[in-house]
Every structure is written in C-alpha cells, then in structure tokens.
Design a protein around this ligand. Structure first.
Ligand code: F6R
Length: 246
C-alpha cells in the first residue's frame, strides 16, 4: 500500500518500464478510467523507445458510442495512451462497440489477443461494486470477451465522464474474467475511499462471483496497488505477507 495516488502511479510505471526495458513485456493490457491515467502520464514522460513498440489491448468499450465521442474508450485510449506513448495505431486494439454483430466482434477480439500471444502485463482498475473490466457482479469466472449489460451502479459511477446519466450507454463489450486471468502478470490500481469496500471484499471476502475482483486471488502473479483511502477497509491483521513485495 502506498500513500498517495501519485506514489501508486510511479510504482506501477517504474515496474512497467523495468519490465519493458528487460524485454519481458511486448503486449500491455490497459484499463481506461481515472485510476490508471497517472500511470500513462508517467510512461509518456519516460520517453522510452521500447514503449513505442508495445502492442496494446484495451479491456472494454461501450456499445453504441462513436469512436470520435470523447467518452468512448477508443477516444480515451488514443488521447491518454496511443498518442502520448507514440504507439503504432495498428498495434492498438479496442473492442468494437459499434459492430452490428457484437458476438462476432467479441470473438474477433479474442482471436486478436491470441494472435498477439496474450497479454504480458495487465493494468486493471476496480469498480465500486467490485467489477473488473466490465464484468459486473454475477459474471462467471470463466467468461470470455462478450457484450454485457452495465449495472446501474456502474452507469452512475461513470456518469462523470458524460453530460448526463442518460448519455451513459447501458451495454459494453468487455474482456471476460477468464480472458483477463490469462494475462501473465496483473496489477490492479485502486484510488480513493469509494473503492475501499470493493478492495476489502476482493482481498479478504469470499472468492465468488458477487465480487468479480476476488477471482484475481486465483491468479499466480497479481498485485493490488492501493492508496491509503482505497485500502482503508482492509483488516490489517489479515493482510497477506506478500503485501510487502512492492
Ligand atoms: C475500464 C474498466 C473498468 C474501470 C473501473 C474503475 O476500462 O475496465 O473496470 O477500471 O470501472 O474505473 P475508475 O478508475 O474510473 O474508477
């Protein structure tokens, strides 16, 4: 656990840069939303030539938002990741939420991930309801990329990125929990008190589909990077020893 959101961003970006420079990451999985945005700023500031060669996969996209809509994850990935990191646009992938056939688009996305050899390092955020990517509570742990309904909690939480709540789409295409779990290394970033309950349930509650992020405890290489506020509901006595790793 680190003190501030700036500390968390520095921790994660240093880890990514080390691994990219050491040749351990060629495919980076990226979350959108506010939690990881400072990480992308740090990565851009590092001006690493190797970062520019990364292949990048986003976790999800809203259904029915044009790619030039600034709230779409196509636009967010371009503004916060592709442009500042000077990535090759051909190597930046975001699910197609405008597809006529969403099932096909989801299957195609899985194929692209397979073709790239899978994600080496996945950055995740967590929803206040415990979702990872847009896998809402109740999502199967073996789920793959697919179209999903967004919960009202998620729509309300994300309304801050839209003009009104009505503008928030009610569906998304998301990598499944099973897809996310295929990444070799996973780092979940949580910032702020509104994430505290979800973090405590994920790390110290039962491992079940009510808490999608609890699935991560079945992953061999996962790290939660928390600021003080998002870690505030954890029972310190139950903290796993590995919490000292970073
Ligand atoms: C975004 C995503 C979501 C967010 C989560 C937290 O691509 O997959 O799971 O990571 O909703 O969002 P923020 O960081 O905005 O609180």
């Amino acid at each position: 656990m680190s003190r501030t959101s700036a500390d968390t961003a520095k921790l994660v970006s240093d880890r990514i840069l080390d691994q990219v420079n050491g040749g351990a990451i060629s495919v980076l999985g990226v979350a959108t939303g506010s939690s990881p945005s400072a990480v992308y700023l740090e990565l851009a500031a590092a001006e690493s030539k190797l970062i520019r060669h990364l292949e990048v996969f986003a976790l999800d996209e809203y259904v029915g938002l044009n790619h030039w809509n600034e709230a779409s994850y196509h636009a967010v990935v371009e503004e916060q990741i592709s442009k500042p990191l000077r990535l090759d646009p051909a190597k930046v992938h975001v699910p197609d939420g405008m597809a006529v056939d969403l099932d096909k688009a989801a299957g195609d996305y899985e194929s692209q991930l397979n073709h790239a050899g899978g994600v080496d390092f996945q950055i995740l955020g967590i929803g206040s309801n415990g979702h990872i990517a847009f896998n809402e509570p109740g999502s199967a742990f073996h789920s793959r990329t697919r179209a999903v309904d967004l919960s009202e909690t998620t729509r309300k939480d994300n309304a801050r990125f839209f003009k009104t709540l009505n503008d928030v789409p009610s569906q998304a295409i998301t990598q499944g929990i099973g897809t996310v779990m295929d990444a070799a290394t996973i780092v979940l970033i949580a910032i702020g008190e509104e994430k505290a309950k979800a973090v405590a349930r994920a790390l110290q509650g039962p491992i079940n589909t009510d808490s999608p992020a609890s699935a991560l405890r079945n992953h061999p290489d996962v790290t939660f990077v928390l600021d003080r506020a998002s870690g505030s509901a954890l029972n310190r006595k139950q903290m796993p020893l590995a919490s000292q790793k970073w």
